[in-house]
Ligand binder design. Structure first.
Ligand SMILES: [Zn+2]
Ligand SMILES: [Zn+2]
Length: 274
């Protein structure tokens, strides 16, 4: 079957183990049995096909070239796997519409996902523990992956800081930082009450700064309101700069209240003097 007319994946080429685009991604049968290259059984390898080329020196010879039908999809899957199945497992399988009290914010998030393009500013979900911020983020991650085939990295901030600390010992810290600085969409769940060390504050602050400079979409969840965030970033000039960056790259949006009206839907922070 042709990939673009597949009734099972509607041309996306893959499925997720969970509903609503959550859980691990796996290739659709239409890719695995790609009729252009022979799919998984292609003699040139998965995602490649053999073509005959002619050289003035060697005459005809066979070369493996990327399959126009399935190579791109296989690459996306590889990158998704490299990014990990990283949504919080406690929420997989739940549906976006399971919590009626979140109807307003959910509509706002769905509109944001629908309008997303690379470079779209994210937002910071602000609200007390228990209003369902992680739940919303889980479904945001799933919706972004299925609609835009984009690589989304979900990180619980506490676990990320621990991983970075272990990375110092093992020498792997640069790779971890590179990953969170460059991934197309970064979701940082639950900024801590306090950083615990200047190093943690500066490291995560540095990641946000790089993402800001390169206009990469960043979504954050936190219990802190604006005053709390200023304090979290240590106050002073640095605290003000961090708040000001966040206001542009991830404006505050309250959950548990009435609205999410301040959500940006287009790239808007280029040319800032920060
Ligand atoms: Zn398919
Ligand atoms: Zn193919």
């Amino acid at each position: 079957m042709r990939i673009d007319s597949c009734q099972h994946c509607h041309g996306t080429g893959y499925h997720h183990t969970g509903r609503d685009g959550t859980g691990s991604a796996y290739l659709c049968e239409c890719v695995r049995a790609c009729e252009v290259c022979g799919g998984d059984d292609s003699p040139a390898g998965d995602g490649f096909r053999l073509v005959t080329l002619t050289s003035p020196d060697y005459g005809d010879y066979e070369a493996a070239v990327q399959c126009p039908a399935c190579y791109g999809i296989r690459q996306i899957l590889r990158r998704m796997r490299a990014a990990g199945d990283d949504t919080p497992p406690r929420h997989s399988g739940a549906r976006f519409q399971d919590r009626p009290e979140q109807a307003a914010i959910r509509r706002t998030l769905q509109a944001w996902v629908a309008a997303w393009i690379p470079g779209t500013p994210g937002f910071t979900l602000v609200g007390p523990t228990g209003v369902g911020k992680s739940f919303l983020l889980t479904h945001l991650v799933g919706a972004l992956r299925s609609k835009h085939r984009v690589i989304v990295r979900y990180e619980d901030v506490g676990s990320l800081v621990q991983r970075l600390q272990r990375g110092i010992a093992s020498g792997g810290i640069t790779a971890i930082i590179d990953d969170v600085e460059t991934v197309e969409v970064l979701v940082l769940d639950d900024l801590p009450r306090q950083w615990g060390s200047t190093w943690a504050s500066e490291t995560i602050g540095g990641v946000l700064r790089v993402r800001y400079d390169h206009q990469r979409t960043t979504v954050i969840a936190t219990n802190h309101d604006e005053a709390g965030l200023r304090e979290l970033w240590g106050g002073g000039e640095w605290g003000e700069r961090m708040l000001s960056r966040m206001a542009q790259m991830a404006p505050l949006t309250r959950v548990g209240g009435q609205d999410g009206r301040s959500m940006p839907t287009s790239p808007a922070w280029r040319g800032s003097a920060l």
